[in-house]
Ligand binder design. Structure first.
Ligand code: XMP
Length: 315
C-alpha cells in the first residue's frame, strides 16, 4: 500500500515537470478523476482547468452534485453540456465495444476543442491500473476498452498525463481521503456512463429508464446499509435489458422491458462476488422500479453471477 502524503508530493512534482504551461483535466466527478483534478489544482493552480462533460448519460442529480463539490473545492472548472453530441454518436449502436469507441472519440474531440481554446495540448486524466490492464496491451486480451484509454485517435494532438496509472482503486481511495474528497467511499461509476447500463440501443428514453432504476437501487441499498440490514457493497446498480417481456397492470397486458439488478462485493474490481442481498431489499427494489416505471418496465431480475466468469458491468 502506498503512503498518500508521499504519493501526492511526488505526483505534484511530476505534474509540474510534465506540464510546462497549461493543461485541461478530464473530470467526470468520479473518485479517480476528482483525485487527479485536485492534484492538478495543487500542482498547477489556475494553469489547470477541469472540464466536466454532461454527456446525457449521467446518473440522477450528478451534474448538480459534482458542480457543487468542485465549487466548494475551489477547483478551476467548467461544465460542458454535450448530450446531443453523445446521443448522435450512439445513434443505432448496440455493440458494447462500438459504444465505448464512439463515446471515447466524442470525449476526445470535445477535449481537443477545449484544449485548443485554453491554449494547451496536455490532457490530464484519471486512468488507473485496472483500466489499462482490462483494455488490453500487446500481451493481454481486451476485456473492455475503458473509455479513457480506448478511442484516442492516432491523429490526436493531445498529450496524455496520467498521474494515477499505477494505482489500484483502494490506493486511489486512500489518496482521495487524504485530499479530503468526501465521496472517497462512493461506488465506482463507469466512464461511458449509463450507455453501458442500457444494453442494446441507447436512446434518451431508454437512458431515462436506466437512470430511474439506478437511482432506486442506490437509494434502497443505501437505506438498507444505513439501517444495518446489509453491509455496504462494492457496487450496486441496475441494467436495462434488450428484451421485451409481458406484464400486467390492473386488468391490462403490458409489453414492457426488463431490468437486471447487480449488487457485488469486491476488493479491486478485478474479481467480484454477487452479494447475498436480503430478500426484502430486493423486493422493495423490484416494487419501486415497476411502479415508478409503470407501463415501461414490467420485470426485475437479480444477477447472481460472480466475476469471473461475468464482468461487473454487463457491457
Ligand atoms: P468490469 O465491468 O470490467 O468493471 O468488471 C470493472 C470496474 O470498472 C468499472 N468500469 C469502468 N470504469 N471506464 C471506467 O472508468 C470504463 O469504461 C469502465 N468500464 C467498467 C466498473 O464499473 C467496475 O467498477
Amino acid at each position: 500500500m502506498i503512503d498518500p502524503a508521499t504519493f501526492c508530493g511526488d505526483a505534484e512534482e511530476k505534474l509540474r515537470a510534465e506540464v510546462p504551461g497549461r493543461a485541461i483535466v478530464a473530470a467526470s466527478g468520479g473518485i479517480d478523476s476528482t483525485t487527479v483534478a485536485l492534484l492538478a489544482e495543487r500542482a498547477l493552480g489556475e494553469r489547470a482547468r477541469s472540464i466536466f462533460v454532461d454527456t446525457g448519460l449521467l446518473r440522477a442529480h450528478e451534474v448538480d452534485k459534482v458542480s457543487a463539490f468542485f465549487r466548494e473545492s475551489g477547483l478551476h472548472f467548467e461544465v460542458l453540456s454535450a448530450s446531443d453530441r453523445f446521443f448522435a454518436a450512439l445513434d443505432g449502436v448496440s455493440e458494447p465495444e462500438e459504444k465505448r469507441r464512439r463515446i471515447g472519440e466524442t470525449f476526445i474531440r470535445l477535449f481537443e476543442a477545449e484544449a485548443e481554446r485554453f491554449g494547451t495540448d496536455r490532457l490530464i486524466q484519471g486512468t488507473i491500473a485496472p483500466d489499462w490492464i482490462e483494455s488490453g496491451g500487446s500481451l493481454r486480451d481486451t476485456i473492455k476498452t475503458h473509455h479513457n484509454v480506448g478511442g484516442i485517435p492516432e491523429d490526436s494532438r493531445l498529450v496524455l498525463v496520467e498521474p494515477l496509472r499505477d494505482l489500484y482503486k483502494d490506493e486511489v481511495r486512500a489518496v482521495a481521503r487524504f485530499l479530503g474528497i468526501p465521496s472517497a467511499e462512493r461506488q465506482p461509476f463507469p466512464g461511458p456512463g449509463l450507455a453501458v447500463r442500457v444494453n442494446g440501443p441507447v436512446t434518451p428514453d431508454r437512458v431515462r429508464r436506466a437512470r430511474v432504476a439506478n437511482a432506486i437501487v442506490e437509494e434502497e441499498v443505501e437505506r438498507a446499509v444505513a439501517t444495518g440490514e446489509m453491509k455496504r457493497p462494492w457496487q450496486y446498480f441496475a441494467v436495462l435489458l434488450p428484451v421485451r417481456t409481458v406484464g400486467v397492470t390492473g386488468d391490462n397486458r403490458v409489453y414492457g422491458e426488463a431490468v437486471s439488478v447487480r449488487i457485488v462485493d469486491s476488493l479491486d474490481a478485478m474479481t467480484a462476488v454477487a452479494m447475498d442481498v436480503p430478500r426484502p431489499v430486493l423486493s422493495r427494489i423490484a416494487e419501486r422500479i415497476t411502479r415508478e416505471l409503470t407501463q415501461e418496465v414490467v420485470r426485475v431480475l437479480y444477477d447472481v453471477t460472480d466475476k469471473p466468469p461475468a464482468t461487473i458491468e454487463w457491457e
